[in-house]
Design a binder for this molecule. Structure first.
Ligand code: BGC
Length: 512
């Protein structure tokens, strides 16, 4: 399987690459070696110490087989009480960076600053309450112990777990959530920003919009095809920009940190490279995924032109003079443009893309796009995720695309990983081969393509609650035994290999 991957990649490389073998190369000095987690997926303690419910608490508690075996994140990896165990894993790997997310409703139970999660009857301002806030205490402990061990925290403010109270007011379909997010972000910058210097506002707005508000297969489970995703994305882009400006205006000078938004994207390769229609469709696929968010934030404050024209012409043909894609005002465009201090990319997979004619009978973002995604049957698929075709060379192409399209930004790969199905073997040799091939492509991106890549974060530190797959899909560098109430963490072989890479700041030459 590994050789099939290598051959595919080699065939796609240009001749200039052939003379250079990345295997012995070192990564740049100060390269950030990380792993990532997210609050709902690892913390558990879903209602401890006054934490409010998030949309994921509601979604999983409603049952209905939307999640594998109706599993929940109520306990997950128990990281809220077992943080020291996670820290041991981080130290064992020798990570330089650790990315985790804050649970918004652990800090602000109803999502607003009107109620601070506090022990006792405290009604002071945020500053005077800080010592009493359980959530703040927990995250302070995490941040302080990371720093004490020379591990740099990268903190995501919001990773899929919107406070339920805000969802009840319309969630991301409501403009009010923009303000609530900005207030929450300011709260976090104020409390943690003296020590946290790398911030991610929102994790993967594309996934939240398309799967949470268009298809309804992730929380909050809203199925509003053709409108829900566009509205949700619109407000998330504004919320991100508002938070970035708050940081810039109120905290940057004193705290000196960087703020970005984590964008997920696969790479889109034309199904038939000789077909003009498929070439266009591959571009449309990128426009409706990565560029949907990256164009406004990194380039000009507005959606990609092709996205706007495709949606509005489809709407006209469907008899509506108004586009389903909301418009930014001129003032908003100015506000959104340039609101990221680095490019945060989550990469998992690649697709071949075919032109798919829109008959206009169907109203959905996917019909608007007119591009069908196909997986090449020769690509291996991660055993724990049917969607995760393993295509390391796709990452290199995507990095080059980002460099060329978004003005050569500093990039961090803030998530990349491969799942195993449960039960998962501790000797995950094949999975490590995927990591190894991916790291080789990254080296080529850095040294041949000149991409400014500053770091790489494995998803995930631990096996955890993998959304609709529950605990059946294992992405961890450490195995977690969810049947054992002590939730022991044991390294997979990939963890040991990754630790070697970190120690050497490079891959050790294989002697096969
Ligand atoms: C998400 C993670 C998720 C991973 C694997 C990413 O899109 O940020 O929360 O577990 O993919 O599915």
């Amino acid at each position: 399987m590994a050789s099939a991957l290598s051959t595919d990649s080699a065939a796609l490389d240009s001749c200039a690459d052939c003379s250079w073998n990345p295997e012995g190369a070192s990564f740049p000095e100060q390269f950030a070696w990380g792993a990532a987690t997210a609050a709902y997926q690892v913390e558990g303690s879903w209602d401890a110490d006054g934490k409010g419910p998030s949309v994921w608490d509601t979604f999983t508690h409603q049952g209905g087989d939307r999640v594998f075996k109706n599993q929940t994140g109520d306990v997950a990896c128990g990281s809220y009480t077992l943080w020291e165990e996670d820290l041991k894993c981080i130290k064992q790997l020798g990570l330089t960076h650790y990315r985790f997310s804050l649970s918004w409703s652990r800090l602000l139970p109803d999502g607003t600053a009107g109620f601070i999660n506090q022990k006792g009857n405290c009604s002071f301002k945020i500053e005077s309450c800080a010592a009493l806030i359980q959530g703040v205490d927990y995250y302070n402990k995490v941040i302080d112990s990371l720093l004490a061990n020379d591990v740099t925290p990268m903190v995501t403010l919001y990773h899929f777990d919107l406070p339920q109270h805000l969802e009840d007011q319309g969630g991301w379909r409501s403009d009010a959530t923009v303000k609530a997010f900005d207030t929450y972000a300011q709260f976090c910058f104020r409390i943690f920003g003296d020590r946290v210097k790398l911030w991610i506002t929102i994790n993967e707005p594309y996934i939240i919009a398309t799967l949470g508000y268009e298809k309804g297969i992730l929380a909050p489970g809203i199925a509003e095809p053709g409108t829900g995703a566009y509205q949700a994305a619109h407000n998330m882009i504004k919320a991100h920009a508002a938070a970035w400006h708050s940081y810039d205006r109120l905290f940057r000078k004193q705290q000196g940190g960087l703020v970005s938004i984590a964008l997920i994207s696969g790479w889109a390769e034309p199904f038939n490279p000789n077909s003009l229609a498929d070439q266009e469709a591959a571009k449309w696929h990128m426009a409706f995924c990565l560029d949907w968010f990256a164009t406004p934030i990194f380039l000009d404050g507005d959606y990609p032109a092709i996205m706007k024209s495709k949606i509005s012409s489809t709407c006209k043909r469907q008899g509506s003079p108004l586009s389903r894609l909301p418009e930014f005002t001129e003032e908003e465009k100015v506000m959104i443009k340039g609101t990221a201090d680095f490019f945060s990319l989550n990469y998992y997979t690649t697709r071949k893309v075919k032109y798919q004619v829109n008959t206009h009978s169907q109203i959905s973002i996917f019909a608007d796009k007119e591009a069908e995604e196909v997986t090449d049957p020769s690509w291996p698929v991660a055993t724990g995720s049917s969607w995760l075709a393993v295509v390391p060379w796709g990452l290199r192409r995507l990095l080059k695309y980002i460099k060329d399209t978004y003005n050569h930004p500093i990039i961090y790969i803030t998530e990349n990983g491969f799942s195993q199905s449960d039960p998962a073997a501790l000797d995950d040799t094949q999975r490590w081969e995927y990591f190894r091939l991916t790291l080789l492509e990254i080296l080529k991106a850095i040294y041949i393509d000149g991409v400014q890549l500053k770091g790489y974060f494995v998803w995930s530190l631990l096996d955890n609650f993998e959304w609709t797959c529950g605990y059946s899909s294992r992405f961890g560098l450490f195995h977690v035994d969810f049947e054992n109430s002590a939730l022991p963490r044991v390294p997979y072989k990939s963890a040991i290999e990754y630790a070697n890479v970190i120690t050497n700041n490079g891959l050790i030459k294989s002697h096969e």
